[in-house]
Write a protein that binds this ligand. Structure first.
Ligand code: ZN
Length: 148
């Protein structure tokens, strides 16, 4: 038993050395973007700007014209894509920027859910107010994006 234990202990020690050895490079947090990251970020950024543009025209006019099915389709279609692109972009940001970007993405998502709830009630003003909040949070998100 004693012998077995010491073998186990040395295996564990070996495993620990390996784990520490492997994780050492990750301790160094990157502080600048690589050229490849900036290009990737730039692509997501322009996709997001395109969807933001559609949101300010198509979503607003659908709400104002009480086209609630269109509102719902827009939230689940193009704006689902918007949230996905925000997630991709967030993963490419520097580690210290990510928590704030994630928080703002979450906010945009929640306000869009509110727009959907307002649409289901046929509440124009409520839908417009939540849309406005989503836009504010989206613009705060875009301010975190490095310009390449
Ligand atoms: Zn908000």
């Amino acid at each position: 038993m004693r012998r077995y234990r010491s073998v186990l202990a040395s295996i564990l020690a070996l495993v620990m050395a390996f784990v520490v050895g492997c994780s050492a490079p990750q301790v160094e947090v990157p502080k600048t973007y690589t050229q490849a990251q900036l290009q990737q970020i730039d692509k997501y950024n322009s996709d997001i700007l395109g969807l933001r543009d559609r949101m300010t025209r198509e979503l607003v006019s659908a709400i104002q014209n009480r086209k609630w099915t269109e509102v719902n389709n827009f939230i689940h279609g193009p704006l689902g894509t918007l949230l996905q692109e925000m997630n991709y972009l967030t993963r490419n940001l520097l580690p210290n920027e990510q928590p704030q970007a994630r928080k703002l993405s979450r906010e945009v998502f929640e306000h869009l859910v509110e727009v959907g709830d307002a649409a289901n009630k046929g509440a124009v003003q409520e839908a417009l107010a939540s849309y406005g909040q989503a836009l504010i949070d989206l613009d705060s998100f875009l301010k975190l994006v490095p310009k390449g």
